[in-house]
Design a protein around this ligand. Structure first.
Ligand code: SAH
Length: 386
């Protein structure tokens, strides 16, 4: 039965080697051949794998499959950003975004259907949480984007092309960031094996500096990650003090800023990393005053930290506004004057709702378990926006 066949997409190399050995009695190099076909050549069909013996291919198709998510829609922004909506089951969808730049191509992937973190300024949070993505659904986003970009670049479907072509496993994709829907560290079990395939030279062969995990601040998992997988770390800080961060990023009520920063410095020490990138969304009149910049500078000065200021991207029903450009520039200058490196993130793909925090996907079956409701029995009741 098809349902019993193991999906090989995203199986880390060691597991794939064990699978071919135990199920097919094959040598480890067979697993390596399979990985080349799946990731370098984008094959999803064993019959296309012409350098594998016919017998081996037919045995494989009895016990295994390569199943990728289905694309339900693709949109291309005037700035070249692409967004794909992928079907997860009958009613649920997630989004993946490709952002071309002159010197790189960044794929922004999702880790969950919806999100339970309940950050007050994020569109995904308004959707509630449905479920974690599997390893294959996470790696499948890269597999599909690679296929679509290769086709587009070859003048395929729409002929629009992406960044200048590069050959190899990842095509135009030079960086992968977990900045789509979901909290990656809340799906640790599946996110870490997926990252192993991104880093593996027979997978997508990316350097550890080009795979970025972005988290709202799940402190115990940051310590765990420091032991297990070496990738770049981004942290959604968004406020310079606990009072404000409790409101914007409710996980802060469980893991306050002091604890979070201690985990970040530990991560950098342990992983021999360069610095943590702190994301800071610029919300008009909320967290964008000069005093906030000075508080931030006190927290981060002399530390292995960079700040990335993100102009807020609006979505239907939000009560927040983007800070004026002058306020964002002033905020950056105060930080830089205090010796903290701060840059402003350029907004991409907002004409197709593909910018940070705008990914809504389609989460119709919500469990409505939201952190904010669990942590505050008091006044703040999240409003659901349909
Ligand atoms: N759960 C992860 C990934 C979230 S998306 C995390 O929290 O880091 C990546 C970034 O976009 C995060 O820093 C997130 O806080 C930010 N973001 C969310 N909503 C936004 C919005 N409406 N405008 C700008 N940035 C937003």
């Amino acid at each position: 039965m098809a349902g019993e066949r193991v999906n090989l997409l995203g199986l880390p190399r060691a597991e794939l080697e064990a699978f071919v050995a135990t199920r097919l009695g094959a040598k480890p190099f067979r697993a390596r051949q399979l990985m080349k076909w799946i990731y370098r050549r984008g094959a999803a069909d064993f019959s296309a794998m012409t350098d594998l013996a016919q017998d081996f291919r037919s045995q494989l198709s009895e016990v295994a499959r390569i199943a990728v998510p289905e694309i339900v829609a693709q949109q291309v922004s005037s700035d070249g950003t692409r967004k794909w909506m992928l079907r997860m089951d009958e009613v649920q969808g997630i989004e993946t975004v490709y952002i071309p730049e002159p010197d790189r191509g960044t794929l922004c992937i999702s880790s969950q259907v919806g999100c339970a973190m309940d950050c007050s300024f994020c569109s995904t949070a308004q959707q509630g949480f449905n479920r974690n993505l599997s390893v294959a659904e996470i790696v499948g986003q890269v597999w599909l984007a690679h296929r679509e970009l290769t086709e587009a670049h070859a003048g395929g479907r729409d002929g629009a092309g992406g960044a200048p072509g590069r050959s190899g496993a990842r095509g135009n994709i030079t960086n992968i960031v977990f900045m789509g829907m979901g909290e990656p560290l809340a799906n640790y079990r599946n996110v870490v094996p997926a990252m192993r395939t991104f880093l593996d030279d027979l997978g997508y062969d990316l350097s550890r500096r080009r795979v970025t995990l972005s988290t709202s601040g799940l402190v115990p998992q940051i310590y765990k990650l420091a032991e297990e997988c070496n990738v770049a770390l981004a942290v959604s800080l968004h406020a310079p003090n606990d009072e404000l961060r409790n409101e914007l990023v409710p996980i802060n009520r469980k893991h306050p800023i002091g604890e979070l920063l201690a985990a970040c410095w530990h991560y950098i020490d342990k992983q021999n990393g360069r610095s943590v990138t702190f994301e800071y969304v610029m919300l008009d009149g909320v967290n964008d005053k000069p005093e906030h910049a000075r508080q931030l500078a006190r927290l981060l000065k002399g530390r292995p930290a960079k700040l990335n200021l993100i102009p807020f991207n609006a979505f239907p029903g939000t009560g927040y506004r983007r800070s004026p450009a002058a306020a964002i520039l002033k905020f950056r200058d105060i930080l830089n004057d205090h010796g903290v490196i701060a840059t402003i993130r350029r907004t991409r793909g907002d004409d197709i709702d593909a910018a940070c925090g705008q990914l809504a996907g389609r989460v119709t079956d919500r469990t409505l378990v939201r952190l904010g409701t669990k942590l505050t029995p008091g006044p703040r009741v999240p409003v659901e926006i349909r």
